[in-house]
Ligand binder design. Structure first.
Ligand code: FAD
Length: 398
């Protein structure tokens, strides 16, 4: 890619010197984990433990934890650069991205004792808080309909229910769990009340109370069904006030959406860089295939979509770091970036012809990985419904 193409949209959005240094350091770290590393893990659906260890040791996963608790005290602008760079290198940040942001609920809504108890361990990597138990089979995108209950019984809560798609559960010490502590109200305005957030120490669970069943997915993603039966949760595991958990979790979702957008931008860059390189080299009918506009234009189009999505993602991160409302920008960044990376994935697949399907070119692996973000952590239809209702003031659809 020419310098003009890579730099044109950066006018007024130049990275600071520290941000450039951060990106370069992450790039160097990623270079030690080549494509063969990711290919083999993908084939065996194995967890990238060595990579996650290296990121942890470098302090990258503690980017958002304040220095007072042993973290790097950086903003979302920097955290998102880290994840973007991992995906741009051909890696997959989904294996550990949640270690960066799930703790935000604890940081913003936990009490001092909880923060002192857990945040230093999360910052050092001794404690892995990267399981987020929200989605349930019967509720799907309609989170307020979840039926997992936490019933108070003296000095504890007793939790029963089922979660699905709980990722990284087998590589976590702690899980942030959303459960119902009072029944769903008939009043639509009260629908979000009655859900509570708990920080569950998975090592304290009595045997038989948590049953984890892996779900094999089309890409390498450690995700699970989780069956919870009479799980004792101490009262001091409750984050913030009982009944307000949905609000606390929503608050953390803006960070999640911005970070996912950054990963999509990283994926998209991977695809366009690979597609450009290949279409320059591959000669058919006596000329490089990239000379054909039928090959060139989809890649150029994807590049333009990525640049646009990147601007919204940067704006969202800037607002988040300034403590300003960023729901609109965070949601739109996730929508646009996931669409742009998927557009880039298809352009790269087409440019590679049959070789796009061969494992050794890495396109098919990244193609499978990036597709996830149209659906999760929130389906793009739900983002569009947020934009329609909350930004444009259109009638509520559900
Ligand atoms: C690999 C993977 C990892 C995941 N990790 C986690 C995790 O760690 N923790 C967690 O809690 N969850 C996780 N999820 C769950 C994820 O957040 C959900 O899959 C996602 O929110 C969509 O919910 P659903 O699958 O139940 O789809 P559904 O809600 O059943 O939706 C199915 C389809 O219908 C559409 N739809 C539904 N309602 C409407 C509507 N009103 N208007 C228009 N369209 C609609 C959706 O857009 C979607 O296309 C993960 C999912 C996957 C696939």
């Amino acid at each position: 890619m020419s310098a003009a193409a890579a730099g044109a949209a950066r006018v007024g959005l130049e990275l600071t010197g520290d941000q450039k240094a951060l990106r370069a350091a992450v790039r160097r770290l990623c270079e030690s984990f080549d494509q063969e590393y990711w290919r083999q893990l993908d084939a065996g659906r194995e967890y990238p433990q060595a990579f996650v260890n290296a990121l942890t040791e470098g302090g990258y996963l503690a980017a958002l934890i304040p220095a007072a608790y042993g973290g790097a005290g950086l903003g979302l602008a920097e955290a998102s650069l880290i994840l973007e760079e991992i995906n741009r290198s051909g890696g997959n940040a989904a294996a550990c991205h949640a270690q960066m942001y799930i703790m935000g609920t604890l940081l913003r809504h936990g009490n001092d004792a909880q923060k002192q108890r857990y945040l230093p361990g999360i910052a050092s990597g001794r404690l892995r808080l990267q399981a987020f138990g929200v989605t349930e089979p019967s509720a799907g995108s309609d989170t307020t309909s979840i039926t997992t209950t936490a019933v108070r019984d003296g000095s504890r809560y007793i939790v029963n229910g089922q979660k699905c798609w709980t990722s990284r559960m087998q590589h976590s010490d702690l899980m942030l769990l959303l459960a119902r502590t009072s029944p769903l109200s008939d009043d639509p305005k009260q629908k979000t009340f009655g859900l509570s957030a708990f920080l569950v120490d998975l090592h304290q669970a009595r045997p038989g109370t948590i049953d984890v069943r892996p779900i094999r997915t089309m890409m390498n993603h450690e995700t699970n069904e989780v069956f919870i039966h009479d799980l004792d949760v101490p009262l001091d595991s409750l984050i913030g006030e009982e009944g307000l958990g949905f609000r606390y979790i929503l608050d953390g979702m803006n960070a999640e959406r911005i970070l996912i957008a950054a990963e999509c931008i990283g994926d998209g860059r991977f695809f366009t860089e690979r597609a450009v390189a290949y279409s320059r080299e591959r000669v058919v009918f006596g000329r490089p295939i990239g000379q054909n506009q039928g090959v060139q234009f989809p890649i150029a189009h994807a590049h333009a979509a990525l640049e646009a999505a990147d601007l919204v993602r940067r704006q969202a991160a800037e607002l988040f770091d300034a403590g300003k409302a960023c729901g609109a920008e965070a949601n739109m960044a996730k929508l646009l970036a996931s669409e742009a990376s998927w557009q880039a994935a298809n352009a790269a697949m087409d440019a590679h012809g049959g070789y796009g399907f061969a494992e050794e070119y890495d396109i098919e692996r990244k193609f499978r990985e990036t597709r996830l973000y149209i659906t999760a952590p929130v389906a793009n239809n739900l983002v569009l419904s947020y934009v329609g209702e909350h930004i444009l003031g259109m009638p509520r659809s559900f």
